[in-house]
Design a protein around this ligand. Sequence first.
Ligand code: CA2
Length: 139
Amino acid sequence: MKKLIIINGPNLNLLGKREPEIYGSETFEDYFEKLKVKFNYFNIEYYQSNIEGELIDKIQEVGFSYDGIILNAAAYTHTSVGIGDAIKAISTPVVEVHISNTFAREEFRHQSFISPNAKGVILGFGMSSYDLAIQSFIV
Ligand code: CA2
């Protein structure tokens, strides 16, 4: 069974609780339960942190043994050389995910330190972006 992990960055613990017009009204924990049922042929874990170094630690921890990382680094996407370097250093493929279409938003969200070393990028499909990213591991 393929082992995947969804890693969410800062403030994504607020999903379903704040700004529903941008990010929807479902908590990630509730959505994650549905994903586990739908993709029951994958072993899928979930990790969230608001702390850049903790995200890097987790990427290093799983990055040589898991089959895939689905990463929404949230605001660190646009700022973190450290997370970008971590993704470059590991062997597990990373699919970058965003709930919103970052290219339809402010200019500073058009830059990503993740994309150059990601296997692919899925953005703008709401929470379904995670679903689509998991589907990319069906081969
Ligand atoms: O669209 C995405 O998934 C983002 O990664 C979300 C980040 C944003 O900085 C990126 O540019 C695009 C922000 C996550 C904040 O999540 C919240 C959720 C609910 C309420 C407030 C913030």
